[in-house]
Unconditional design. Structure first.
Length: 264
């Protein structure tokens, strides 16, 4: 395999940067292409058919153009809907992102834990199956919080985000029966860890937050173990949306070693 063959990180927006941050810790020399489907954002309000068709189509074209050694779908909504389909049609190894229900169920002491994600993720059978497999005897409360996605994007652009706005979007989790007993919350959208400080202030210091970025990074490292890496001409980020809008995120990408922003 060519040492410059990249790992492709795909997300609807910039939430996948939370995965990139963890991947850099275990694979600092791996070449990366970060692909943001900004033209399709948000996925959380789309139907399952729309998300599946869009993700499969884009990843097919990106795999052909960039010849990645591995693709990570760094988006819970896309993964819970389209992961199986994409694996069926592409020969490239695929790593998905799914809600960290297993570790959260092990961590909770009260037996009540929460799941914050997009509305589309909340209703997936994939999530039901994870709950049935790993949360037996525990109580999992779900809340779709689509509006946290644009707040996370705004924060990464350097815009001010008010804790009150984050709390207002997320409060539906604790307003449910037994909601006040929640001591652990799964952040089931890669955007949401960008708002962890605001969420912690909103929910209180006694609540633990769990997300899957570290586990995803470890999985990528395992699947590429023994491979040669060479960053070559540098990493890049591509967008399906307007390049001028994408360039407003240039500082966030530059902080992660990505200086080339391009239109896909």
């Amino acid at each position: 395999m060519d040492a410059t063959s990249p790992i492709l990180l795909f997300d609807s927006g910039i939430g996948g940067l939370t995965v990139l941050d963890e991947m850099r810790k275990v694979l600092p020399d791996a070449p990366v292409i970060y692909a943001a489907d900004m033209a399709g954002l948000p996925y959380g309000t789309k139907s399952e058919a729309e998300v599946a068709a869009r993700v499969a189509g884009l990843l097919g074209r990106m795999a052909e153009r960039y010849q990645p050694r591995l693709i990570c779908i760094a988006c819970n909504t896309a993964s819970t809907i389209a992961l199986g389909m994409v694996r069926d049609v592409l020969e490239t190894p695929i790593v998905g992102t799914v809600p960290a229900i297993k570790p959260a169920a092990a961590l909770t002491k009260s037996g009540v834990f929460g799941l914050l994600g997009t509305e589309t993720t909340m209703r997936q059978k994939y999530v039901d199956d994870l709950e049935h497999a790993f949360a037996v005897g525990k109580r999992l409360l779900r809340h779709g919080a689509n509006e946290l996605v644009p707040l996370a994007e705004a924060k990464l652009r350097g815009e001010g985000v008010r804790v009150d706005d984050v709390a207002e979007v997320a409060k539906g989790l604790v307003l449910q029966a037994h909601g006040r007993e929640i001591d652990t919350i799964v952040l089931a959208c890669t955007h949401f860890p960008l708002l962890e400080d605001e969420l912690r202030e909103a929910f209180g210091e006694d609540v633990d937050f769990v997300h899957g970025a570290q586990g995803i990074a470890r999985r990528i490292a395992h699947l590429t173990e023994g491979q040669r890496f060479e960053r070559g001409s540098g990493d890049r980020a591509v967008t399906t949306g307007e390049l001028a809008d994408f360039e407003r995120l240039s500082q966030a990408f530059a902080a992660r070693g990505i200086d080339r922003l391009e239109k896909f």
